[in-house]
Ligand binder design. Sequence first.
Ligand code: SF4
Length: 338
Amino acid sequence: MTYAEMLIDIAALCEKPYRAKQLFAWVYKRGVEGFDAMTDISIAFRERLKDLYCIKGLKVLDVRTSIDGTRKFLSELDDSNRIESVIIAEGSRLTLCVSTQAGCALGCRFCMTGAGGFMRNLTLGELTGQVFSAKAMLEPDERLTNVVLMGMGEPLANYDNVVKFTGILIDGQGFGLSHNKVTVSTAGLVPAMERFMEESNCSLAVSLNATTDEVRDRLMPINRKYPIDEVITALRAFKGAGKRHVTIEYVVLRDVNDSADDAHRLAQLLRGVPCKINLIPFNEFPGAAFKSPDNQRVNAMSKLLQDHGYTVIVRASKGQEIQAACGQLRGWRDEAKA
Ligand code: SF4
């Protein structure tokens, strides 16, 4: 529940509004596992709360740790749908990658989640539940520093819950992250993107992946509805864009979108968009229709884009051998489990 929702329920229970503040902080900031730990709330009221609500993470079925320290966990939801979430350690950063839907309807051709179809949006409780579950797995000296909504699903297709969730993430009495440490990724749902940029100050990442509509149509069916031009125009037109940068995600596929021409076209397309560019070498998965790119091609693209004045990061692939890397989440137990 959000703080606003707690306030409404607290009023309905004929309690004073400050109780909502106490509850919100106990649940999210202090991360208690039950109402009994809420020592400044009367025992009688705690008993009422126990009858009406629960505080819980998700039912975690499986955790796998990769040699680079990436941890992927598989959770089962109350209706038996399964989702995956990933904890990625990188230098001083510890990032949780959260799923926002069970499955995904957008069917990007390079993504294993898309191949599995769409089941449903996750509830707010299932979004916050991934944070609770991740925190429970951390070592005593570890602390989540970043949250990215880049796991299974298209976050902006689950707009209301995602915006509520990011609100809890950045609330000082909530999970307490800075707004620039929370990133919401989208395949380019233009109207929802525009709304998000107006309504939230969290970071936005747009998954572009191609420099022509012909190629993007082939990779991402959503491009037929919101073609490249519309996506870029929305980013350029955002009046507050000067205040924060957008991340452009570009999955590099061998012989599909990895040429010098692609790099030059991308530079032209993004002119006037305050952004940094993440080049993500494609992670092959069983049955994938694409191949991982040559490192030299990726580095050449990076160099050309930098020559055009862009900040470029080539994303090191994390957790590849446990299929926790970008585009490899699918939400069921792998038969090949070691
Ligand atoms: S890349 Fe993202 S939007 Fe595309 S199918 Fe996969 S989960 Fe959905």
